[in-house]
Design a protein around this ligand. Structure first.
Ligand code: GLC
Ligand code: CA
Length: 556
């Protein structure tokens, strides 16, 4: 009913509140700090903010385990300061979307507490409580994604409850209409406050196959997925939320969808279909240096990355709308993964171009815009993330150094170190004792320095985002990849109403010769963005320096 197309012309900035900016000196990022930094966010050239969870939470999974959906965590502030941030953002023309985590709650949520204290309570059926199988066996053979088996025993009930993620994240039973009423209440609460939509956490997991059958033919670690990913009532549930709530507001949704493939994505986001969701986050391009999870590392493969990018561009463009991202709070920093810390500036800019010039709505994660890199800590106790600790514990037979090397490479903690604002104490993040280690490279890498340096990654992001706004072909153009076999260059073309864009990204740390694809005369193109000084073009070729990127516009 409402005009829900505005999200196509936007770029978002993602804030993971705990590490963004501490405004009251207790070492934990908060809404007071965010309020101070609204001007900075606006200056990047984004049009909206996605807040990772701000709600009351015991932080077993840093906010993704919610104990009260309608209150701001006292660590982050209260509703009053939230409203101030919301109004401040809106005044600057920034939209605001909230994280909606409804696959599970915290075990400290009132619903769960009531459900375990009394089997006859209505809240008992808000979750999946099951008897064990004879012989003391678990209710089924599924795996949890975060902590061993997904069944936790409650002696008080003599029952187990299901948790696909951590033990402290019991899954909600969405088949129960009362649970869906609660979800709608939560949605209305925040939309009535004036927010502009939701990022929906692991939304494709909320419908489980009835009976929770034993898994067969699924590899260890993934058992049960075919019974809870894209389950039988997904469209029904999302349709209900849309009809009864979302359609009454001028808002948008972006669903997080692990394991997603484009054809199934279209069943959710096709504009000619039910369109349960406006946008979707897929993971395929985040697996160019690993197998399904960051904890099964592989050497970086540019061809794998390009296949993932191009597959989504080809399948979704024209039918739905893509999201574009290469960082968030769930993955290590991209320069440390797909780029090079040695060529940090060059590769940081090249990686920005690799995704920002595709068709879709970009999401930029805090610190990405200043080129932050991974942290390397000494012992497992220095790491905070439940997943890192669990992966460490699982590898009982591995030597310590091997385990730590994996954690350093794969942990989400690398994306969760405090934002580096300045070369001052604690990188300008807090006057107090920071809740988590500040990356020691903050004197070299920080927003203040990036801001004043014309050649910085930050100013490069600003320019790229400005170009997106000024140049219709970047927003609306079709997509075509060139040289898809190349292990050195990622090259793509965009085309819109006779105007063409050629995007060239070198993923090599040495000099390489680039030859223009047929149909482009580089000498006639307008070089609108690059990360090196011009060097001569000869015979429609040039020598690309390490991680060089160029964007040419033709026929404007
Ligand atoms: C999503 C979140 C992640 C969280 C998980 C469980 O993947 O992005 O941070 O741990 O869901 O809620
Ligand atoms: Ca604080």
């Amino acid at each position: 009913m409402k005009n829900r197309q505005w999200y196509k012309e936007m770029a978002f900035y993602q804030i993971w509140p705990r590490s963004f900016m501490d405004g009251n000196g207790d070492g934990i990022g908060d809404l007071y700090g965010i309020y101070e930094k609204l001007g900075y966010i606006k200056s990047i050239g984004v049009d909206g903010i996605w807040f990772s969870p701000l709600y009351v939470s015991p932080n077993a999974d840093y906010g993704y385990d919610i104990a009260d959906y309608m209150r701001i965590s006292p660590e982050y502030g209260d509703l009053e300061i939230f409203k101030k941030v919301l109004d401040g953002a809106h005044d600057l023309g920034l939209r605001v979307i909230m994280d909606l985590v409804i696959n599970h709650t915290s075990d400290e949520h009132e619903w769960f507490k009531a459900g375990v204290s009394d089997k006859s309570s209505r809240y008992h059926d808000y979750y999946f409580f099951r008897k064990g199988k004879p012989g003391g066996k678990l209710p089924n053979n599924w795996d949890s994604l975060f902590e061993g088996k997904p069944w936790e025993y409650r002696a008080d009930l003599d029952e187990y409850y299901l948790h696909i993620f951590a033990k402290k994240q019991p899954d909600l039973n969405m088949d129960n209409p009362l649970v869906r009423e609660e979800v709608k209440k939560i949605m209305r609460f925040w939309l009535d406050l004036g927010i502009d939509g939701f990022r929906e956490d692991v939304i494709t997991f909320i419908s489980k196959v009835p009976g929770l059958p034993d898994s067969r033919f699924e590899p260890p670690g993934m058992r049960g997925m075919k019974y809870y990913v894209n389950g039988p009532r997904m469209h029904e549930f999302l349709g209900e939320f849309k009809r009864e709530v979302l359609d009454n507001y001028d808002c948008m949704t972006v669903g997080e969808a692990p394991m997603m493939k484009p054809d199934i994505a279209l069943s959710y986001i096709d504009e000619g279909g039910a369109k349960d969701l406006d946008l979707m986050f897929n993971f395929q391009h985040m697996e160019a240096d690993c197998l399904l999870t960051d904890y099964i590392p592989r050497p970086f493969s540019l061809r794998k990355l390009k296949r993932a990018f191009s597959r989504w561009q080809k399948r979704i463009n024209g039918r739905g709308w893509n999201t574009l991202y290469i960082e968030n709070h769930d993955h290590p920093r991209i320069i440390s993964r797909y780029g090079s810390e040695k060529f940090r500036k060059e590769s940081g800019k090249m990686l920005a171009v690799s995704f920002l010039f595709q068709q879709g709505t970009p999401f930029i994660y805090q610190g990405q815009e200043i080129g932050m890199t991974n942290i390397s800590l000494n012992t497992i106790d220095d790491y905070k993330d439940v997943v890192a600790r669990n992966e460490y514990d699982k590898k009982k037979r591995w030597p310590e150094e091997k385990k730590m090397a994996l954690i350093r490479r794969a942990s989400r903690d690398s994306a969760r170190t405090p934002m580096q604002w300045s070369a001052g104490k604690n990188a300008g993040f807090t006057d107090g004792e920071p809740w988590f280690t500040v990356n020691p490279n903050y004197e070299e890498i920080n927003a203040e320095k990036e801001n004043t340096d014309a050649g910085s990654i930050l100013n490069f992001y600003r320019k790229a985002l400005r170009l997106r706004k000024e140049t219709p072909v970047i927003l609306w153009g079709g997509y075509k990849e060139h040289y898809h076999h190349s292990r050195i260059f990622y090259t793509y073309e965009r085309e819109h109403e006779g105007v063409r864009l050629l995007v060239i990204c070198s993923f090599s740390d040495t000099e390489r010769k680039f030859r223009s694809p047929k149909g482009f005369d580089l000498g006639k193109g307008d070089l609108i963005l690059s990360n090196y000084d011009q060097n001569p073009i000869q015979n429609n070729s040039f020598t690309a320096r390490p991680f060089e990127t160029r964007v040419y516009l033709f026929g404007r």
